[in-house]
Ligand binder design. Structure first.
Ligand SMILES: NC(=O)c1ccc[n+]([C@@H]2O[C@H](COP(=O)([O-])OP(=O)(O)OC[C@H]3O[C@@H](n4cnc5c(N)ncnc54)[C@H](OP(=O)(O)O)[C@@H]3O)[C@@H](O)[C@H]2O)c1
Length: 373
């Protein structure tokens, strides 16, 4: 039973993947009802990432149940909540986060609608309880995955649109990694694969956290755009760029030329796991330096890791505390506004193919793609 509610139709439109071979189709599906521990949300903006297409066409071998309503994180509006909700109410704008944890074992987690996780508990929940994602008009979500957004502050006083707020989908991920390695204001951090969606977001977040950033990438033109974007949105930001050569020693020397490096964060896709740039970045670290590995690169260890007390930490997504703090930072007005933050591309559910294709290309800092159901 809901404690407060807006009208919810008996059926709604959703983007359903029956099989990988068939692809998606827009279908009328029954609208779920709220129960204890859950909320029904109206999806406002549903995020599409650069490799959504590869996940749903089977190119990336992510395991998830089918049929499924696709999706990931979203900006949404609460329409009904279970009777155990204490702060969430119908009408509120929320961040609907895709990282779902088992309530009786938070270490069992999965990414809603794209990956069922890696244990029996996460597989059970992703298949039987929280299967369907945000590419739909309505969705049932765990209460704890809804984070209130102060709409008056964010949209009226600071002028963000819901489309711009959806960029949180990118920004939250490096925030998780950067907090995990305890990045401090004034420190210098190397961002690897800085020209990608998550790497670019890492640059924006690290600058906002008060760090000096050395953005590392292969594409000189995109590095120049990245630097311009950051300087425009965050005047006074300390940002340097290094165009990597692929030679371990040369790239390490180019980074060391900037002086003490305290930390590294990397978002290299697994298909580029042979790249030597992360090893070069780790080589540039000071004694006691830290590295957050959020992408996948092989062969990152050398003798300096031991000799210099280097910490290398893997990190999947972020923790609940990270989301809560991130929303506070956004509400305090620490991030740039409008196009200085992000330039969104928007699609309807029927345009899912185009949305996926554009998302694969519209990558890098300040770019995002979404479906508006
Ligand atoms: N740990 C987590 O929680 C988490 C969360 C989200 C994503 N990720 C990982 O982050 C990865 C990147 O995602 P994205 O959306 O940012 O992808 P993206 O926008 O496509 O960016 C890919 C980046 O990788 C670089 N790259 C590609 N091939 C390379 C090579 N051979 N050597 C060096 N760099 C290369 C690209 O550089 P160019 O511009 O030069 O092509 C670009 O900077 C994903 O594949 C995923 O595995 C991890």
């Amino acid at each position: 039973m809901a404690s407060s509610a807006l009208p919810v139709p008996s059926h709604h439109r959703a983007l359903v993947l029956e099989t990988v071979e068939q692809g998606f189709s827009v279908q009328m599906v029954p609208t779920p009802q709220p129960g204890p521990g859950s909320a029904i949300v109206r999806i406002v903006e549903a995020g599409v990432i650069s490799y959504h297409r590869d996940i749903y066409n089977g190119e990336r071998t992510y395991e998830f149940a089918k049929p499924i309503v696709g999706g990931l994180s979203a900006v949404a509006r609460i329409v009904a909540v279970g009777h155990d909700a204490v702060v969430l109410q119908a009408g509120q704008l929320v961040w609907m986060d895709c990282v779902m944890h088992a309530r009786d074992n938070p270490d069992s987690l999965f990414l809603n609608a794209i990956h069922e996780g890696s244990d029996a508990g996460s597989r059970k929940l992703s298949r039987d309880v929280w299967r369907d994602g945000a590419f739909a008009e309505y969705m049932r979500v765990p209460l704890e995955n809804c984070f209130r957004l102060d709409e008056n502050r964010l949209c009226r006083e600071l002028g963000y649109t819901t489309r711009e707020l959806l960029y949180m989908m990118y920004l939250l991920v490096p925030f998780g990694g950067l907090r995990d390695i305890r990045l401090e204001p004034g420190e210098t951090i190397v961002v690897g694969a800085a020209t990608g969606g998550f790497g670019g977001a890492a640059v924006q977040v690290a600058v906002t956290m008060g760090a000096r950033v050395i953005a590392m990438g292969r594409n000189g033109k995109e590095l120049a755009r990245l630097k311009d974007h950051v300087k425009k949105g965050t005047p006074g930001a300390n940002i340097e760029t290094v165009c990597m050569t692929g030679d371990y020693e040369t790239d390490a020397a180019a980074l060391q030329a900037f002086g003490t490096v305290d930390a590294v964060i990397d978002f290299t896709p697994a298909f580029a796991c042979q790249s030597t740039h992360l090893k070069s970045a780790i080589r540039s670290l000071r004694r006691g330096g830290r590295c957050s590995m959020m992408g996948y690169v092989e062969d990152v260890i050398n003798w300096n890791v031991i000799a210099l007390n280097i910490t290398i930490k893997g990190k999947l997504m972020y923790e609940r505390d990270d989301i809560v703090l991130f929303v506070k930072m956004l509400e305090r007005g620490l991030f740039p506004r409008g196009k200085d933050l992000v330039d969104p591309k928007v699609f309807k559910m029927e345009e899912w193919k185009e949305a996926f294709d554009v998302a694969a290309e519209w990558t890098g800092i300040g770019k995002t793609v979404m479906i508006e159901p």
